[in-house]
Design a binder for this molecule. Structure first.
Ligand code: SF4
Length: 456
């Protein structure tokens, strides 16, 4: 007879956790700040990924006071790469609540009242830090319990969720002192043994009590409702380049990628091709809302290439991301020059209305001042008038230190890696061919420096 007896289940799990569970994680202990930060990071992210981010986050924000005092932008920058940035925004907002209250909450209800803290996270924090006898029910635990009790119903319905909470409550150990080990044991069992797909039942401490195993249906559970189709969106990221720098804008505080630095973007309604195997067409160039200003001398933006970057999945949306390149052109007494193709490409951002003396001082001739009015022209050359100055110039390498949307960060990192590999390959190739010896390598170095400058 299969047992759902709470003392058997809890005692067995705790004993197993002491021998085989994870007991050296950097946040383990009773410090509410460390436990809370780790629990938020572990939502939707695996332990191995979280560990280095946790160390970096704690090094920069060692206390809740330090976190509350920081600017949101800095918190997002330290979080950058971990994804699901709403977690960082909630962490920051909750830190301010805690500091204003003067102490950490001590009850699940108190924690659950903070932004970003749900019932299961609140319970985990209180079980670890205060030995509270409260159940957790994250994704892993839902899977374990659905199998343990062989629940055939979809686990993402309110009715099944209620049933799982009741089961989790019923299985709690009687002794509150066991709560930290028991809570960790459930997490470890779901992550290490009762995994998605085919569970490792042979190594499971509660295999003898598991109903799904007894019925031979462990791999078929848990069941989920059929998900609704995600909405498809197309987004164009506009890359304005001036020398090696790109133009970055801060996203609004709400909506997709809220509060992160991003390339200016414009939504693009997808136009399905008439007869083509291509799943999505390249969107035509589109004038973004806030192009960067081109200061003196008067400049224009010329549309460059446009290409499909990647497909990015959000919770309920799928984004098809494109990149549209824009190249700066400046007029001077020698005609219209493209900054990216001239040896004297601008390396520093031009401050608004910086004219005459300042530019002469910086030695930016031949970009000598002619006008104080930055102009913007679209792909057809149509004058779009004076443009606002909102954003900042920075190289992609510099931008990696900020909070960036995940696909943009991944793209930059991949390109930088490829660029380094290309650079090393060229050096090796040229060295093997002995070309460096012919004329001191000057043409090759010029070519390489051009490739580094223009290759990305
Ligand atoms: S016996 Fe298998 S299905 Fe049952 S709880 Fe253990 S790992 Fe999961």
């Amino acid at each position: 007879m299969i047992s759902l007896d709470s003392s058997d289940f809890a005692r067995t799990l705790v004993a197993w956790q002491q021998r085989f569970g994870r007991r050296d994680l950097p946040w383990q202990g009773q410090d509410p700040y460390r436990v809370w930060v780790s629990e938020i990071m572990l939502q939707q992210t695996q332990v191995a990924t979280v560990i280095p981010y946790f160390a970096r986050f704690l090094a920069r924000f060692p206390t809740v006071e330090a976190l509350a005092a920081a600017a949101l932008e800095e918190v997002l920058a330290v979080w950058s790469g971990l994804g699901y940035y709403a977690r960082a925004r909630h962490l920051h907002a909750a830190a301010r609540h805690i500091v204003a209250a003067g102490a950490f909450p001590r009850t699940p209800e108190g924690w659950a009242a903070l932004p970003g803290v749900g019932r299961s996270t609140a319970a985990a924090i209180c079980a670890f830090c205060f030995h509270a006898r409260v159940p957790i029910l994250d994704g892993n635990v839902k899977r374990v319990l659905a199998r343990y009790a062989a629940i055939p119903d979809p686990i993402d319905t309110p009715a099944t969720e209620r049933r799982l909470w009741q089961l989790a409550e019923a299985l709690l150990p009687d002794d509150p002192a066991l709560m930290p080990a028991y809570t960790q044991a459930q997490m470890d069992l779901g992550a290490l043994v009762c995994v998605r797909g085919t569970p490792h039942c042979k190594h499971c401490p509660v295999a003898a009590m598991c109903q799904a195993r007894a019925q031979g249906i462990a791999a078929e559970l848990p069941q989920k409702r059929h998900r609704a189709l995600v909405a498809e969106h197309t987004l164009t990221l506009h890359r304005f380049r001036l020398g090696e720098r790109w133009w970055w804008v801060l996203r609004p505080r709400t909506g997709i990628w809220a509060g992160l630095w991003c390339l200016p973007q414009a939504p693009q309604a997808p136009t399905l091709p008439q007869s083509s195997a291509t799943p999505l067409p390249l969107p035509p160039p589109q004038v973004p809302l806030q192009p960067p200003p081109l200061q003196a001398p008067p400049g224009q933006w010329r549309a460059g290439k446009c290409w499909f970057l990647t497909e990015h999945r959000l919770t309920h949306r799928r984004l098809h991301l494109y990149v549209q390149d824009w190249v700066a052109r400046f007029s001077d007494e020698w005609g219209l020059n493209e900054a990216n193709e001239q040896g004297f490409a601008i390396q520093e951002p031009m401050p608004p209305l910086a004219q005459g003396a300042e530019e002469a001082e910086r030695g930016t001739k031949p970009f000598a001042a002619k006008s104080t009015m930055p102009r913007f022209a679209d792909a057809e050359g149509k004058d779009r008038g004076e443009v606002p100055s909102a954003g900042r110039w920075a190289t992609p390498q510099e931008a990696l230190a900020w909070g960036l949307p995940q696909p943009l960060r991944r793209w930059i990192e991949q390109e930088l890696k490829a660029q380094n590999a290309r650079f090393c390959g060229k050096i090796d190739l040229q060295r093997n061919d002995g070309e460096f010896g012919k004329d001191g390598g000057a043409p090759i170095l010029r070519k390489l420096s051009r490739q580094i400058r223009d290759g990305f």
